[in-house]
Design a protein around this ligand. Sequence first.
Ligand code: NI
Length: 263
Amino acid sequence: MYFDTHAHYYSKSFKKDRDQVLRSLPEKGVDLVVCPAEDLPSARACIQLAEQYPFLYAAVGVHPHEAKDVPSGWLAGLQALSYHPKVVALGEMGLDYHYDFSPREQQREVFHAQLDLAGRLNKKVIVHDREAHRDCLDAVRAYPNVTGVYHCYSGGLEDAKTLVALGWSLSFTGAITFPNARRALEVIEWLPMESIMIETDAPYLTPEPFRGKRNDSGYVYRVAEVIAQVKGLSMEEIAAVTKENGKRFFGIEEENAHDDHII
Ligand code: NI
């Protein structure tokens, strides 16, 4: 069974059939999902979904696209939401210099505030880095007590080595099935297995050969398939390892799991 560590099920793309899609996931081989937010309203929506579906967990945060619109008191609002028992991380947060929907100074301010909050709350973070590799890494380095995952990793091998040495994980989407994914494959080839997670970023980044359709967690196996090829392992092994990594990372205990003896 797969753990899709990043899917935006509050998205209006799922307005008509959200319940149907979510209920079908276990039969499609997906039994854990993390739904990350992009602002405070979507954070509340993620929590609502997490309350409704036992296999779905929430992350609360402000995406760089939304940094320009944060209301006053947003950080306290985020902190209050983070105490919900199904909130397993803060995110997504980060920097996006590709679209630049928010002024960069404001993106950095909102990112740093959330990293600081994560340190104070002892929470993992989910980072979005698009064409902002240097500033993202500088931000991460400024908060050495905070670790997390770079979602949809798009950096190079050197940055990957730095991040893993700092205790970070890297996560990959259907973008690694695209023809121009050579750099990501090089990173995956090097990356220690315990630092890899998989995700769809649904409804976006639908893997080949389904590009053009709406994405959902049912397609996450395509990400596992590519990683399996690169690593010379089976899809079952990739599914098992990435699921264990995700559970350890987000601190998720499955209800049917046997309790370990407490030593
Ligand atoms: Ni996302």
